[in-house]
Design a protein around this ligand. Sequence first.
Ligand code: FEO
Length: 393
Amino acid sequence: MRKIKTDIYEVGGIDWDARMFDGLIPLPHGTSYNSYLIRGSEKTALIDAVDPRKRGDLFRHLKELGVDKIDYVISHHAEQDHSGGLPAVIERFPDAKIVTNQKCRDMLIDLMPLTVKNFTVIEDGQSISLGNKNLQFIFTPWVHWPETISTYLGEDKILFSCDFFGSHYATSRMFVGDDEGFVYQAAKRYYAEIMMPFRNIIKRNLAKIEPLDIRMIAPSHGPIYDRPEFIVEAYRDWISDDVKNEVVLAFISMHHSTEAMVDKLTEALMTRGIQVKRFDLTEPDTGQIAMALVDAATVVLGSPTMLGQAHPKAAYAALLTNALRPKTRFISMIGSFGWGSQAVKQVSGLLSSMKAEMLEPVIAKGYPNDADMKKLDELADSILEKHKSLDIA
Ligand code: FEO
């Protein structure tokens, strides 16, 4: 249990050992499932109810504070890591009302084994009073599901934002403080993985909270922002339409032909002043790739041909890129084949949600010859020209 301010406490659990989220994205620094207790002069509210694996921590913290009554449990988001502990909380405090919006209520009933269905359904902008403190609910959909809500505590100028602005970072720090460089990376990884596909909706959510006087942002993962403008500024950059003079070059090679092409293209791009973020897909950290996709103007996939198709790991990278829907403007493909290939057609199909322009792929038969290497120079020229057209090179 950690005290944030008078009558406001963080009562959730830190998951130091978590190493994978959604069975997909590595968590190199663990995570936390934050939950907040707010004591008003008349009522007590609990914000979010942690992942069920950490409900023991939640109950221990409530006991340390001598909490014997909870009037409201604010449910921001029906996903397991914030609401999985809700059935146990309601069992312990059966008179508590679950405060949430209609969409989240319906999802909780569908997804959780809730035997008590004592809901107070709120509308966007509505407030409830705890006596000397008021909680105002702000619907912030798609951070990261359609039902997600944030809560603003005006008297203390704190925004409780759930996944919005969160970071997967297990730390003993309660506040970000002078750890902004590290938290920036963790928050960017999180944004890239779960919010980037909904960038345009995140823009609207950011516009909704900007008029509020916010002195602290308390997310449900990672430390609390005691200088909220730091993370708001970062989000403004990530969700903007601006791209950077960068190429994400993700590749896999079987017999070094594709690798030789990747080496050539890397050097050709570097010579032209373009930053290359290069990822070998043999054992990739998909979180690092997702982070690089937040900014890059161009994505190039490198793949050999396997049984007439792109290598499955390159196909996976295409599928991931397509799902994350980055603001990338240009895409291309390089690679090799032995006896025949449908890889370009296949990868183009896998990238069907991308609104990016396809630049002429370079596919070599076997080890790349001089003509293939010249085509890679031409691809680098083409990327430079496109980046110049955006005023970023
Ligand atoms: Fe942290 Fe969308 O759950």
